[in-house]
Design a protein around this ligand. Sequence first.
Ligand SMILES: *[C@@H]1O[C@H](CO)[C@@H](O)[C@H](O)[C@H]1NC(C)=O
Ligand SMILES: *[C@@H]1O[C@H](CO)[C@@H](O)[C@H](O)[C@H]1NC(C)=O
Ligand SMILES: *[C@@H]1O[C@H](CO)[C@@H](O)[C@H](O)[C@H]1NC(C)=O
Ligand SMILES: *[C@@H]1O[C@H](CO)[C@@H](O)[C@H](O)[C@H]1NC(C)=O
Ligand SMILES: *[C@@H]1O[C@H](CO)[C@@H](O)[C@H](O)[C@H]1NC(C)=O
Length: 324
Amino acid sequence: MRVLRVKHQRYITAFLSSTIILLLLCFQNSLLVFNYGSYGFLSESSPCACHICVADRGNSNWFSERYDPNVPILLNSNNSVLSANVSRWWKELQSNAGNYTKVMDQLFSLFPDEEHYSDTGPDRCRTCAVVGNSGNLLGSNYGPLIDFHDFIIRMNKGQTEGYEKDVGSKTTHRIVYPESAMDLDNSTHLVLLPFKILDIQWLISAFTTRHITQTYVQVPSTIKANKDKVMILHPEFIRYVYDNWAERHGRYPSTGFLTLIFALHICDEVNVFGFGATSDGIWHHYFDKTLTSYEIGVHAGKFENETLNRLQQENKILIHMGWT
Ligand SMILES: *[C@@H]1O[C@H](CO)[C@@H](O)[C@H](O)[C@H]1NC(C)=O
Ligand SMILES: *[C@@H]1O[C@H](CO)[C@@H](O)[C@H](O)[C@H]1NC(C)=O
Ligand SMILES: *[C@@H]1O[C@H](CO)[C@@H](O)[C@H](O)[C@H]1NC(C)=O
Ligand SMILES: *[C@@H]1O[C@H](CO)[C@@H](O)[C@H](O)[C@H]1NC(C)=O
Ligand SMILES: *[C@@H]1O[C@H](CO)[C@@H](O)[C@H](O)[C@H]1NC(C)=O
């Protein structure tokens, strides 16, 4: 009898704590709306249907100096010619071998050739979760909150299996390059982040001949993904993020930073999860135990972090700090 009662109490405790977590989630959301709503009064004609819109350039000079609504975001056959500037810079990031023009011709006979995401307007309120791979997601219980967004944008090898409670289970877009690619499900957009011509050649090969197995490391000869949902980030967009947002710190922007700015251009509201190092400057992924220091390598982690914080101060993004 006593055992039974203890068990009973445990159930009640478990029930109460999950209710409290749910209430907290709802509370967080209404705070969000409240916060956004109070800004909504300030702008007269809103560029989107959310309470506050990322692309609204009337409410932040700092933002409007950097944000270019006309930059090409994704490659298509009409915008694929690169200016001499961009071409020179991009081809020296990792390697400049290969015939770009030729690769472009092959690309659009294989993958969708569309003008993506030109649907921005006063009737659209698209909410996005940008989900980084930081260990600060562990124990966060953000899963349901993340899955609640219209777009859920993940990057590299950030898996969801086994981590659903903290990272969610849906993925609408995954940003990868050949060295970080993984199998996707049929409903996810593969968004290639090309650092070199060979990356685009790999994408073509992965869906056709499967002959490219090596870049600077070994790469998968093919991956599972829906060919009709493939997109390729525009080299000029990478350069734009470097110039305008990273202000030329580091050699080129990190995947996380590029993904975040990508979201600013295709979403109306951006919530950020799983970004950031631990307090002693150590990066670690929620799905493995590898540790890397913050300021090594080709990216300017510290400057990117400051830009992220500034975007939040300017009410352009909301950073969810996780559990550290
Ligand atoms: C090309 O480079 C020049 C000199 O660095 C710069 O003034 C110009 O803005 C660049 N153009 C583009 C499109 O980036
Ligand atoms: C690249 O390919 C295009 C089209 O296939 C061709 O016209 C051009 O001559 C090639 N360029 C070089 C440098 O081989
Ligand atoms: C490219 O431009 C042509 C002519 O303006 C247009 O008909 C076509 O739909 C465009 N294609 C894409 C992918 O935007
Ligand atoms: C994946 O989606 C495409 C349409 O986008 C469809 O043609 C194909 O049959 C689907 N494949 C699977 C395995 O469901
Ligand atoms: C990133 O910014 C946050 C907020 O200011 C700060 O707490 C954190 O220490 C920064 N991280 C690094 C590694 O600079």
